[in-house]
Design a protein around this ligand. Structure first.
Ligand SMILES: *[C@@H]1O[C@H](CO)[C@@H](O)[C@H](O)[C@H]1NC(C)=O
Ligand SMILES: *[C@@H]1O[C@H](CO)[C@@H](O)[C@H](O)[C@H]1NC(C)=O
Length: 456
């Protein structure tokens, strides 16, 4: 019975694969070794995939559309894809560690795409990163136009200066997240007061803030903190990015499909508090928002939350807080935040070793459960087969203890196989947090492992 199923599934997969290939759009180039030399004179948007990875197959039709659309728009960016399992050395040179990995390659730099895998988001990313690093705004009309289009807008005001050099440097890294503009003093609106020139500003939340080197620290971390609006609709990607900011995140966790008043009200409470905090407290230390659905939050906190609720996460030490009693009013939310600021409520989680162990076990459990849930057959194959092999080997050890070394080696192999599979299944998007290859460092990666989210 199982065997017959297996054969049917394999046949089906083969059929799908062949069909997929024949329908392949012609605007995506399949890349090989020659890419290493050929890429030099162009900007490339590349999907590094693995033939067996489900997320890659899901991306494929989107990728074909991206190729088609970029061609239609006469974009200078070429769209390609590379089987990273066949050209492993090229893939590792570009720092590909999971599948699929989307990168924009421009000169010597490789920019990683980490947003939602939709055509529009990917194309927007390609335009932003392939275009000018700093976009000049020559007139007030232009400024107003751009300001309408961007909820968060960074602007350098002034001529050449060391600050501008710094700004360019920051932009070359953080262009993966946001746009950077520049203008002369005449262009900025009258309501903006600048004590000093040159200056860097951010326009958002219906106001503006000026970067102050002495108060705000280095420009890069300031931009990283300021690139979010004070209240956000959070998705899995944003949630993960926020864990980088060191802020206290106050987030309503709701079920968007649940029409009962409790859910919308919880969101409104947090919105209200966000408005209030903008004036009362050091706004930079707080991030407000709501998230629809519990998947990401549960995964991050390793808890099963009852929605609607409010969760507060201290992204400096990765501790989190849950309300000690039911939240009924706006005051309850205020009280909850104040209790944390006072230190009245104990934080959970954190960066400790126990937390790391808990994370490992939690991940193994969720991966096994999700693989079995989405495809019991694959589950049996992935986890059952190595287990079976190991059992047979153990049996072998008991019955004939001659070949122990050989057996151990084999067990090692199956174990690593499982690990690699797991990793790849998890769709690494979020793991390589600072994926921008040029800023990658292991030290920065470390804490992120704890707050990591898995999509599968
Ligand atoms: C909606 O949320 C309430 C709790 O606020 C819960 O009791 C109810 O079961 C939910 N309804 C659905 C359809 O999930
Ligand atoms: C968040 O964590 C940092 C680092 O441990 C700590 O200094 C800060 O007081 C914490 N914030 C709150 C509100 O607990």
């Amino acid at each position: 019975m199982r065997v017959r199923n297996a054969r049917q599934i394999l046949l089906f997969c083969a059929a799908v694969a062949i069909l997929g290939q024949t329908l392949d759009a012609h605007f995506v180039e399949e890349l090989d070794e020659s890419f290493k030399d050929n890429r030099k004179n162009s900007i490339w948007l590349v999907d590094f995939y693995a033939p067996w990875c489900a997320h890659c197959r899901r991306l494929e039709p989107v990728w074909n559309e991206v190729g088609l659309e970029m061609r239609k728009l006469q974009s200078p960016v070429k769209v390609g894809k590379m089987d990273a399992t066949s050209y492993t050395s090229i893939a590792s040179e570009f720092g590909v560690r999971g599948y699929p990995t989307i990168k924009l390659l421009k000169n010597d730099l490789a920019y990683n795409y980490r947003g939602p895998r939709t055509k529009d988001d990917i194309i927007e990313f390609a335009h932003r990163v392939s275009g000018a690093l700093i976009r000049p705004l020559p007139s007030q009309q232009m400024f107003e136009h751009v300001k309408k289009r961007h909820r968060v807008l960074f602007l350098y005001v002034g001529g050449e200066s060391p600050l501008k050099e710094k700004y360019i440097e920051v932009a070359s890294e953080l262009i993966v997240y946001t746009y950077f503009f520049s203008a002369s003093e005449e262009v900025i609106p009258e309501y903006v007061t600048l004590n000093e020139m040159p200056a860097v500003l951010v326009f958002k939340d219906e106001t503006y803030f000026v970067y102050d080197e002495y108060e705000d620290g280095d420009l890069k971390s300031w931009v990283n903190r300021e690139r979010f609006q004070s209240y956000l609709t959070v998705d899995g990607f944003t949630l993960y990015e926020l864990t980088d900011t060191g802020k206290l995140i106050i987030i309503a966790v709701i079920d968007g499909k649940n029409a009962t008043i409790e859910h919308t009200r919880m969101k409104e409470f947090v919105q209200e508090v966000a408005k209030d905090y903008r004036n009362r407290f050091h706004r930079r230390d707080f991030q407000f928002g709501h998230i629809d659905g519990t998947d990401y939050v549960n995964n991050m906190l390793m808890e099963e939350l009852n929605v609607p609720t409010v969760v507060i996460i201290n992204t400096s030490n990765h501790q989190y807080y849950l309300p000690t009693r039911h939240i009924e009013t706006l005051e309850d939310v205020m009280q909850f935040i104040n209790d944390i600021l006072d230190g009245t409520i104990e934080g959970r989680g954190g960066d400790g070793i126990l937390q790391r162990l808990k994370r490992i076990f939690y991940d193994i459990r969720t991966t096994v459960v999700s693989v079995f849930r989405s495809s019991p057959f694959l589950g049996c194959f992935l986890f059952g087969l190595p287990l079976g092999v190991i059992s047979i080997m153990c049996y072998g050890i008991y019955t004939a203890d001659t070949d122990v070394a050989y057996t151990e080696e084999r067990i090692e192999v199956s174990k690593t196989e499982i690990e690699t599979r797991d990793e790849n299944n998890e769709e690494e998007k979020k793991e390589e947090n600072n994926e921008n290859s040029l800023v990658l460092s292991d030290a920065e990666q470390e804490p992120k492992d704890i707050m990591e989210k898995k999509n599968d």
